[in-house]
Ligand binder design. Sequence first.
Ligand code: MG
Length: 388
Amino acid sequence: MKITSIIEKTVPLGSAIANSYINFSMMTGSIIAIVTDVVRDGKQIIGYGFNSIGRYACTSILRDRMIGKILNADPIDVYDEDMSNIDPFKVHKLLKKNEKPGGHGDRAHAVGAIDMAVWDVVAKIEKKPLYQVIGERFNNKLWSDKIYTYAAGGYYYETDSIERLKDELKKYIDQGFHDVKMKIGGADLKTDVKRIEAALSVVDGDGSRLMVDANGRYDMKAALECAIAIKDFGLKWYEEPLDPADFSSYAVIAEYYPGPIATGENLFSYEDARNLFRHGGLRPDRDYIQVDPPLSYGIIEFIKILNMMHYFGWANKNCIPHGGNLFCNHIVAGLKLGGNECYPGIFQPFGGFADGNIIEKSIVQLPNIPGIGYEAKSNLWKVLRQVV
Ligand code: MG
């Protein structure tokens, strides 16, 4: 086989919403298409990827640096032994070559976007859904085609009210989600507590069906004040109260806050995640890790992180990646992780599930089609097909 071209396209992803840190009006994303000369069932194999949701496009890193590393490589460093498919381990190694350690920012997203497209090609050539390929290669063939998901929303809107928030969360419950997540930290604590109480009224007062996400807004004092204010709600988790790299403060919050804490979506490498496990004081019996594979060098890096989690005594069920995209659905199903985030109403066409997917009590079945299955999500497929 041969990769004949790799194309990047920058697309707008803007919407009039905000979390406690950023507004999303100028948001963009990078789409990658890996075009091959392989034909399956009369169709040329093209793999698609993008750099998760809620980060900016990494156009220059992809076009000026990463794509050339693959196209100019010796074929022996790109393809498997019989030259019938791409070897994702080899591509991962190629893309990290001549890159200094540390500083895992947009570069990690660029590699993650390519990794997503690589795995789409690999699974399409094998004529299997990606979750099966992942399960066969990394999880002793123990994949599932059903995953747990929850509805992430509850952002701050330019024109906002408690009623608007309740209506939004009710809509998610009506769509089949059992659990919902809302943003905090973008208003004063008193206002946020009122918002949380309103959200609780939507889930029958059951705190175990509600998550709150501060997006790293608080310093340790504010994170502790919030922890004290919300601890009796019995929430499913308290997400990113602190800067993602403020590990010793996480350890303090974990000492005082009895409920589950979730974090990790802004740690983009094995080394950064290791610091969280070493110094963050998180508790394997209740907390959640949210490392997002397309933001952190893709599946190969993620498997390394998962193995480290096991070393520190964590189970796969306590890993629920950030991102809410189709690629992560496959990773969650293939590795039987705890579940995957979903943005049902926002970040379209990149968020959500395949057309017609039915969500029942927060469980969703993935379609059994080769690759990542973009073809079954018509609004996303339309955008990807514009690339090539
Ligand atoms: Mg978050």
